[in-house]
Write a protein that binds this ligand. Structure first.
Ligand SMILES: Cc1cc2nc3c(=O)[nH]c(=O)nc-3n(C[C@H](O)[C@H](O)[C@H](O)COP(=O)(O)OP(=O)(O)OC[C@H]3O[C@@H](n4cnc5c(N)ncnc54)[C@H](O)[C@@H]3O)c2cc1C
Length: 383
């Protein structure tokens, strides 16, 4: 400690400059805290960059869970959250609110959609059944063979890469340093309290440290004795461009399409993202021929004109998954340490609520949303 007395200290150090780490940093900077973000590589180039930008609490939901409640709350505050950053920076994340269509091609899929419709309607969600002519009018590029569709006006979409760029610009404007090429190996513990981190052989001190390192979170030695059961689940995406693009609005599809095992996300300038796989293959980010073939074939089954689109690129990313697929949000048992990781399939959607809740926890000591279901405590005592 003695030789560190004249070193700079921060209110909060955040490990990881993905969408989660950067959005928390922005919220804290808004509340006038001194924040440092440490990023092992480049800012915003992992899962957050690889994502498809869907803000889809309703089409993602399979049952009523605390995650669904959190996701709906996040979607509801998204436009306001985003508008603040857009107006600070003059940059747009191309938020779209045309809604999403969940599609069924065969009887088995249609049956699953009917039961989805029934429980979601009972929950009071806004969901509409579309078929035949009505569906063709809503989305003319869809196959006439589609048996049933559910329309979700509450599922929205944005361009996650534009969103990351705006967030980075907002942090710069507020004077928040993102130190890239700075991997954190371990946290510094003193008397059962985390007082900072060790990065590149230097000790950096902070009142609070936030662990937001996505799929790599368990690699960091926290000294808390807590197990962090986060692991990577690979998702592959194929990006194509509509042949008639160029007018600003998308000529081929207006709505995000969802179906069993995949989706088509609508991006600006005629870009469409076809996804996505769910593969537990460790930290491998390869694209495989087999997966790309399946992604393309399935998307074309639902929207045949996709076959004449131009291939743009393919990539994959690592979703930070957890054993129960819920994020890990909130305090560690060790003072001075806060978790914001494990956002799995919904980290872009959950950004506003995570940033709001974690900043409230740090600044006010309490949160307006209940983080109890997402506590790291739920994993302790497990093997
Ligand atoms: C193919 C795909 C499609 C997806 N589609 C959607 C979607 O449509 N909608 C949605 O809501 N979500 C989607 N997701 C999920 C979403 O992308 C993630 O949940 C979210 O990006 C997680 O954000 P993060 O900031 O926690 O992680 P990341 O973006 O992975 O960021 C973590 C950061 O921490 C850094 N880091 C790691 N270790 C260290 C260390 N030791 N020291 C310093 N820095 C470190 C990493 O380099 C990285 O930059 C998708 C994910 C994938 C892969």
């Amino acid at each position: 400690m003695g030789n560190q007395t004249n070193q700079k200290s921060w209110d909060v150090i955040i490990i990881g400059a993905g969408i989660i780490g950067m959005s928390i940093a922005w919220k804290l900077a808004q509340k006038k805290l001194q924040v440092l973000v440490l990023e092992r590589n480049e800012a915003g180039r992992e899962a957050s960059y690889a994502s498809a930008g869907m803000l889809a609490p309703y089409t993602e939901a399979e049952e009523d869970t605390p995650l669904l409640r959190l996701a709906i709350a996040s979607r509801e505050i998204y436009p306001t959250f985003l508008r603040e950053i857009e107006s600070e920076t003059g940059m747009s994340a191309n938020y779209r609110d045309e809604g999403a269509l969940f599609l069924a091609l065969d009887e088995h899929e249609a049956k699953a959609l009917v039961s989805r419709f029934e429980w979601q309607q009972k929950m009071g969600f806004t969901v509409e059944r579309l078929q035949g002519r009505e569906l063709q009018v809503a989305e003319p590029a869809l196959s006439p063979a589609i048996q049933l569709a559910l329309f979700y006006p509450g599922d929205h979409q944005l361009d996650n890469r534009a969103w990351l760029a705006a967030l980075q610009a907002a942090l710069k404007k507020r004077g928040v340093e993102i130190r890239t090429g700075s991997p954190v190996h371990r946290l510094i513990n003193e008397g059962g309290r985390v007082v900072g981190v060790e990065a590149q052989g230097k000790n950096l001190s902070a009142r609070v440290t936030v662990l937001a390192a996505g799929s790599w979170s368990p690699e960091i030695e926290t000294g808390s004795g807590e197990s962090i059961p986060v692991y990577p689940t690979r998702g592959q995406i194929v990006a194509v461009r509509s042949p008639q693009s160029g007018s600003g609005t998308h000529p081929l599809l207006r709505h995000t399409l969802r179906y069993e095992g995949g989706y088509v996300a609508v991006f600006p300038e005629g870009r469409l993202l076809l996804g996505g796989t769910m593969e537990d293959v460790g930290y491998c980010k390869a694209n495989t021929v087999d997966a790309m073939q399946r992604i393309l074939a399935r998307a074309i089954d639902f929207a045949p004109p996709l076959a004449s689109c131009e291939f743009v690129e393919a990539w994959s990313g690592l979703r930070p998954n957890t054993r129960d697929h819920l994020p890990i949000l909130g305090r560690s048992s060790c003072d001075g340490l806060v978790y914001a990781t494990g956002h799995f399939r919904n980290g872009i959607l959950l950004t506003p609520i995570t940033a709001t809740a974690i900043s409230e926890l740090i600044v006010d000591g309490q949160t307006t949303v209940d983080l109890a279901p997402f506590s790291i405590e739920r994993f302790q005592g497990e093997r």
